[in-house]
Design a protein around this ligand. Structure first.
Ligand SMILES: [Zn+2]
Length: 233
């Protein structure tokens, strides 16, 4: 799962190490992102010579990554060249870092508790809990996120032992909630602004995100709120 260390590599050569039911392929190494943490899976192509196999779904299965392809034909031992669909992945990377910025501002400015998020290539949804429902405040948060983005802050990742993550403000709550057996925590750091535990793919600098636009907000009951925004092309 090389994407944890490297969100930039979108082309690589590797070997097929497993094939299940003809269309579920394991690779010796992979940069394809498996669906998870609110971020959709990568798409792309696995090539063996002139033979193309389109990757339609990617998920984690028992500690490895399973790549679902559109047809059977790949075999264990094949040398393959893999291309991750770049436009889709880059949009999701920009969206994911943007979601961290908006979430951090939301926590800072409203004390809301973030309960989930869902990225797509069209929009980003953030779920949060708060008693207040203030659409003007949400609009202003998205505008403030644009000023953070414009500061061109470096974004880095590092892996820390769980015990260390459990002592870090802002990360501790999530780290303590992870299942037993998870010993290493991956942190995504927006320099001088925010640190979150996260397994997703991110831009290297907030300047790559561009600009965000507020889309809509939803009031889903006593405490549950949702805000939607877009990452402009
Ligand atoms: Zn994340």
């Amino acid at each position: 799962m090389q994407h944890l260390h490297d969100s930039q590599t979108l082309e690589f050569t590797t070997t097929v190490t497993g094939v299940t039911d003809g269309r579920f392929v394991e690779l010796a190494e992979t940069y394809f992102y498996p669906v998870g943490g609110g971020q959709p899976h990568d798409e792309g192509v696995i090539r063996r010579g002139n033979d193309e196999f389109h990757v339609t779904f990617v998920k984690k299965v028992a500690g490895t990554v399973s790549h679902e392809v559109d047809r059977a034909g790949l075999a264990v031992g094949d040398t393959v060249h893999c291309s991750i669909q770049a436009a889709r992945r880059r949009k999701l990377m920009r969206s994911h870092t943007a979601a961290h910025i908006v979430s951090a501002l939301m926590i800072k400015k409203t004390g809301a508790k973030i309960t989930g998020n869902q990225l797509s290539t069209e929009k980003v949804r953030i779920d949060y809990n708060t008693e207040h429902y203030d659409v003007d405040l949400l609009r202003s948060l998205i505008e403030e996120a644009n000023t953070v983005i414009a500061r061109k802050l470096p974004v880095t990742t590092r892996i820390v032992p769980r015990a260390e993550a459990e002592r870090m403000p802002g990360v501790a709550q999530l780290a303590k909630g992870l299942p037993p057996g998870v010993e290493d925590i991956r942190l995504v750091v927006i320099e001088g602004f925010d640190t979150q535990a996260c397994g997703g793919t991110h831009v290297a600098n907030t300047g790559e995100i561009g600009t965000l636009s507020f889309l809509k907000a939803e009031n889903k009951g006593k405490m549950n709120r949702r805000v939607y925004f877009t990452v402009n092309d």
